[in-house]
Design a protein around this ligand. Structure first.
Ligand code: TLP
Length: 339
């Protein structure tokens, strides 16, 4: 089976496993795990932030960002296709008691005017608008990069309007690889940033939330409350550290393969969107039927945004797998799949 469901499916490499085996550890809830501490310092530095906090998942680091950026009954503004809104099981309501206000914008990009119009005036009837969440790269938009200029414009508007800004950067290093713009440039305009080592970087687990010292102190308390305080976490943090040190530059290879995949699918008659990073969206009439047919041909993929299938390139997918996937898709001839 060629697994193109997500870049989360990768297995740790040999070097990564060795790093895990050799990691010095301690009790991280006491702040005594040297490997976790090294990872947090490394990632804070990479993102140009004062501090960072290691947590089990990107969902948790996003939710900590939401939690420490809001008070109960306040409103969070975010794109209607954002991961926090679509894929986090309603966590902002459960964990933070906040209301989400979804906004539209092409390719996951929000217009400053849209944000300005959505901010509520001070009135006893209205929830208070408090936090803007942005996503880069944007998952449901097909791994689109948030252009830095647009990002700065909307984040600056949000700050002028008194909002905080959280960046869901689960695939922020894909944006860096695709554009050459350092990840820290986007981070400079966000109060909190979540990044994942368990996506394209290939670690088995682990995400980090970065921000200033005071913010991360609060985040550490929220992580404990959410059940994310881990003990000898250096065993897994070592894999994340290895991923950040060794796998950032190779993301460009995944992008290259995504281009090849999209081109091959188009040649086979599919309406595959040209990817900017490692996610390929394919417009099909009946995504479940297509995905089933594709699985029968030996290739796994997921539904993307409604009406689309999503194929994702990653560390465990080489040129041969891409060619296999193209040939598999070309064998599917049902009219149900929109060809
Ligand atoms: N995304 C997963 C699924 O949840 C959809 C995937 O396969 O793409 N932010 C973004 C933008 C993400 O894409 C994801 C994972 C997360 C946050 C959550 O990360 P985890 O899975 O570590 O909670």
């Amino acid at each position: 089976m060629i697994d193109l469901r997500s870049d989360t499916v990768t297995r740790p490499t040999e070097g990564m496993r060795r790093a895990m085996l050799e990691a010095p550890v301690g009790d991280d809830v006491f702040g005594e795990d040297p490997t976790v501490n090294r990872l947090e310092e490394y990632v804070a530095d990479l993102l140009g932030k004062e501090a960072a906090l290691y947590a089990p998942s990107g969902t948790m680091t996003n939710q900590i960002g939401v939690h420490i950026g809001t008070n109960r009954a306040e409103e969070v503004l975010l794109h209607e296709g954002s991961h926090i809104f679509v894929y986090e099981a309603g966590a902002p309501a459960v964990l933070s008691g906040v209301q989400l206000r979804t906004l539209s914008g092409e390719n996951g990009v929000l217009d400053p005017g849209t944000v300005r119009a959505a901010v509520r005036p001070e009135d006893v009837h209205f929830p208070r608008s408090r936090l803007l969440c942005l996503e880069n790269t944007h998952n449901t938009a097909g791994g689109k990069v948030y252009p830095l200029e647009d990002f700065v414009a909307v984040a600056t508007t949000a700050k002028d309007l008194g909002l905080r800004v959280h960046l869901d950067g689960a695939r922020l290093f894909n944006a860096q690889a695709a554009t050459g713009v350092p990840a820290s440039e986007w981070c400079a305009h966000s109060d909190t940033v979540s990044v994942c080592s368990s996506k394209g970087l290939g670690a088995p687990v682990g995400s980090l939330l970065a921000g200033d010292e005071e913010t991360i102190k609060e985040a550490r308390r929220a992580r404990k409350a959410f059940g994310g305080g881990m003990r000898q976490a250096g065993v897994i943090a070592a894999a994340s550290l290895y991923a950040f040190e060794n796998h950032v530059d190779r993301l460009a290879e995944d992008h290259e393969r995504a281009h090849k995949l999209a081109a091959g699918l188009r040649e086979a008659g599919y309406d595959a969107h040209e990817p900017e990073t490692n996610l390929v969206l394919v417009d099909v009439d009946d995504p479940p039927a297509f995905l089933q047919a594709l699985a029968r041909e030996g290739v796994l993929a997921t539904p993307g945004k409604p009406g689309f299938a999503r194929l994702c390139t990653h560390l465990d997918v080489g040129d041969m797998e891409i060619e296999f996937a193209i040939r598999a898709a070309a064998r599917i001839t049902s009219s149900a799949i929109g060809r």
